[in-house]
Design a protein around this ligand. Structure first.
Ligand code: NAP
Length: 270
C-alpha cells in the first residue's frame, strides 16, 4: 500500500509505544518518517526497524517542550527531505498518580510543559512548513481522560490532555484557510511502557492492572499501539479530507462504563 508515498511525516515520541507503532505504520504505507524522541537511542531503534522493511527514516533527538529543539527538528527534516507534510504530535508523559493536594508544583509544570506546551510548539512551528507545501495534516495526542474519563491521581495529566483537545479545535480553525487539517486521537488504556509504569514494578502487578481494565472495557481487550496508529493514519490521509477539529475516542468502550462498574475496583486505588 502507498497511501503516503512521497509524504514526509514527523512523529514525536516515536522511540516507544504508540509513536513507534505509528511511525512504522506510516513507513509501511510509503511515508518518509522523521522519528523524534527525547531518547536518541530509542529513536534509532525505530529507524532501524523501518530500514529493515526497506523504508526511509531519520532519527532526531529532541525535547518537545523546548522551542529551540522544534526549530532544529524542522531545519533537519527540511534539510534532509525538503518538506514536511504531516505531524503526529504524540510525545507525552504520565503523572506519578498523586492526588492534586499532594502534587508538587514542579511536577505539574513538567507535565504541562511536555503534554501541552509541546503540542502548542509543534503546531506553531510545523504549520508554516505545511503551508509552504500547500496544505497538510496534524494529529494531536489527547486521551480519553480529556473529558470522558476520570482517574484517581490523574488530575494534572487529565488537565493537560483536555488542553490538547481544546487547542486542536483552535488550531484547526486557524489553519483551515491554508488547507491544513488538525484533529486529535483520544485513546483509552493502551498497553505501553507509559501505562505499565502506572501498574507497579513486577509482572504480576502489571497483569492485574491490565486485567482490571480488560474487565471494564466492553470489547474485552486492552488497546494496543497499532489500534491508535490506524486512527492516526486515517486522520492524516486524504480519506479524512473533510474532517478537521475533530476528536476520536479509541477505547474499546472503556468510557461507556464507569470505573466502579469493573468488578472489585478499589476506591481510592490501593
Ligand atoms: P511511551 O511508550 O512511554 O512513549 C512515549 C515516548 O515519548 C517515549 O519514548 C518517551 O521517552 C518520549 N518522550 C517523553 N517525553 C518526551 C519529550 N519531552 N520530548 C520527546 N519525547 C518524549 O508511552 P505511550 O503510551 O506510547 O504514550 C504516547 C502518547 O500517548 C502520550 O502523549 C500519552 O499521554 C498518550 N496516551 C497514552 C495512553 C496509554 O494508555 N498508553 C492513553 C492515552 C494517551 P522516554 O521513555 O525517554 O520518556
Amino acid at each position: 500500500m502507498s497511501r503516503f508515498a512521497d509524504k514526509v511525516v514527523v512523529v514525536t515520541g516515536a522511540g516507544s509505544g504508540i509513536g513507534r507503532a505509528t511511525a512504522v505504520a506510516f513507513a509501511k504505507e510509503g511515508a518518509i518518517v522523521a522519528v523524534v524522541d527525547i531518547d536518541l537511542q530509542k529513536a534509532e531503534t525505530t529507524v532501524a526497524e523501518i530500514a529493515k522493511m526497506g523504508g526511509d527514516a531519520l532519527a532526531i533527538q529532541a525535547d518537545v517542550s523546548q522551542e529551540a529543539d522544534w526549530i532544529e527538528v524542522i531545519a533537519r527534516v527540511k534539510g534532509a527531505y525538503g518538506r514536511i507534510n504531516i505531524l503526529f504530535n504524540n510525545a507525552g508523559i504520565g503523572g506519578d498518580g498523586k492526588p492534586l493536594m499532594e502534587l508538587d508544583a514542579a511536577d505539574w509544570d513538567r507535565l504541562m510543559a511536555v503534554n501541552l506546551r509541546g503540542i502548542f510548539l509543534g503546531c506553531k512551528h510545523i504549520l508554516p512548513a505545511l503551508i509552504e507545501t500547500g496544505g497538510g495534516a496534524i494529529v494531536n495526542m489527547s486521551s480519553s481522560t480529556a473529558g470522558w474519563d476520570t482517574i484517581f491521581g490523574g488530575g494534572a495529566y487529565m488537565a493537560s490532555k483536555a488542553g490538547v483537545t481544546q487547542i486542536t479545535k483552535n488550531v484547526a480553525l486557524e489553519a483551515a484557510p491554508y488547507g491544513v487539517r488538525v484533529n486529535a486521537v483520544c485513546p483509552g488504556i493502551i498497553e505501553t511502557r507509559l501505562s505499565s509504569a502506572q501498574a507497579g514494578a513486577d509482572e504480576a502487578e502489571q497483569d492485574a492492572f491490565f486485567d482490571h481494565f480488560r474487565q471494564r472495557i466492553p470489547l474485552g481487550r486492552v488497546g494496543q499501539p497499532e489500534d491508535v496508529a490506524t486512527a492516526v493514519l486515517f486522520f492524516a490521509s486524504d480519506e479524512a479530507r473533510h474532517i478537521t477539529g475533530s476528536t476520536l475516542l479509541i477505547d474499546g468502550g472503556q468510557t461507556l462504563q464507569s470505573w466502579s462498574n469493573a468488578p472489585s475496583a478499589p476506591y481510592p486505588p490501593q
